[in-house]
Design a protein around this ligand. Structure first.
Ligand SMILES: Nc1ncnc2c1ncn2[C@@H]1O[C@H](COP(=O)(O)OP(=O)(O)OP(=O)(O)O)[C@@H](O)[C@H]1O
Length: 362
């Protein structure tokens, strides 16, 4: 097992900066997901960890060891890409055994490891089959097995499930997590799919535009996003984010949500230090509101989206788009006017200028 330390890591391609000042500590045996939209710098970061490309600035340490100038073949990393790298002229067995043969692992040991890995990944019945005839799903499972069998101290996976079908992806999420627990490897997993990151990773590193925005456990990043981008990116649908301005309301403070004449209460003790007139973004997750007959945000329902167990109400006026998640029995139709009560403990505020979370003061 090996820890990874990225210090002030940066990468430029000509005049374009793909990654800036990335600092991240990944502990021995930890599973960290690099999560972010296309082009945010995830693969660039991964390729520098693997040794495929050199950083323009900063350092990469494995344990205490500086990786500068160390070629990929000497870094002890396993790498699985989106597009499986499988020898199609070989059988499943030969593919799994390939790396072990190349590094001189003896026949008995090789057979034991191939059989163990095949069983682990449900490939035993296919061992004698030529890889050429296998489905994309199975080929990707084989690619993961072929890399994992080498028991690399560091296992890097770059969007390994993006080409497999949805049902198989769900199965593989469980298997990959299981694999990592079994081998206790340090795993770095690149994905733009928040479900993969949320379900598998010990910690998630959220990136955007070549910057690391937040690192934390899935639940912490979800519950306490450090800025507006993370709040909107995580969650399906993402957090409701409404621009407004703080105004005094008797003893307390509320947020004037602008053009639509909406006003949202801020619970008493929360955000005590907020100055009046501050431009903010008022956030709450779609699952943190309910319909009420009392006071709340009065909103027209523009669309009712029924998705099996859940119903998503799309509400709002005057440019506001607010989503609420309810169970599938919610008796609401398009065109109704509803009143929304927001769970006060789950209201989040962000600075409208910087996007940074405004943290509660007590
Ligand atoms: N060799 C290169 N030369 C020039 N620009 C590059 C090169 N490699 C990556 N980039 C650019 O750097 C940015 C980050 O790319 P990167 O592949 O790291 O993104 P990503 O987050 O992994 O997204 P994706 O999932 O789409 O690959 C992109 O704008 C990309 O076009």
């Amino acid at each position: 097992m090996t820890s990874i330390h990225l210090a002030n890591l940066g990468k430029t391609f000509g005049s374009f900066t793909a990654l800036r000042n990335m600092n991240l500590e990944i502990a021995d045996g930890e599973f960290v997901a690099l999560l972010g939209p296309s082009g945010c710098g995830k693969s660039t970061t991964m390729n520098m960890i693997s040794g495929m490309i050199e950083p323009s600035e900063g350092e990469i340490l494995f344990g205490e060891r500086d990786m500068r100038g160390v070629p990929m073949s000497r870094r002890g990393v396993g790498f699985v890409f989106q597009n499986y790298a499988i020898f199609t002229h070989m059988t499943v067995y030969e593919n799994l055994a390939y790396g072990l043969c190349a590094t001189g692992v003896g026949k008995a040991e090789r057979e034991r490891r191939v059989n163990d890995m095949a069983e682990f990944l449900h490939l035993t019945a296919l061992l004698k089959k030529p890889a050429a005839g296998l489905s994309v799903n199975i080929l990707q499972r084989l690619a993961i097995g072929r890399s994992a069998i080498m028991e690399p101290a560091i296992f890097l996976l770059d969007e390994p499930l993006s080409n497999v079908d949805a049902a198989f992806r769900a199965v593989m999420r469980t298997e990959l997590k299981h694999l990592q627990r079994e081998f206790r490897q340090t795993m770095v997993y690149v994905t733009h799919d928040q479900l993969e990151a949320m379900t598998m990773a010990d910690r998630i590193a959220v990136m955007d535009h070549g910057k690391l925005l937040q690192v934390g456990t899935p639940i912490d990043v979800y519950n306490n996003p450090s800025n507006v981008f993370v709040a909107g990116f995580l969650g399906s649908p993402g957090m409701n984010l409404i621009k407004g301005r703080s105004v005094a309301s008797g003893e307390a403070m509320c947020i004037d949500l602008g053009e639509a004449g909406l006003s949202a209460p801020l619970p008493g003790a929360l955000f005590r230090g907020l100055p009046e007139g501050k431009a903010v973004v008022y956030g709450f997750r779609p699952e943190h509101c309910e319909l009420t007959d009392d006071d709340g945000l009065r909103l027209p329902v523009n669309f009712v989206e029924r998705i099996g167990a859940r119903t998503i109400l799309h509400m709002g006026q005057g440019g506001h788009s607010i989503k609420g998640v309810f169970d599938n029995r919610v008796p609401v139709r398009q065109g109704d006017i509803v009143t929304l009560a927001i769970d006060p403990s789950n209201i989040r505020l962000f600075d409208a200028d910087t996007g940074a979370a405004i943290v509660e003061t007590h």
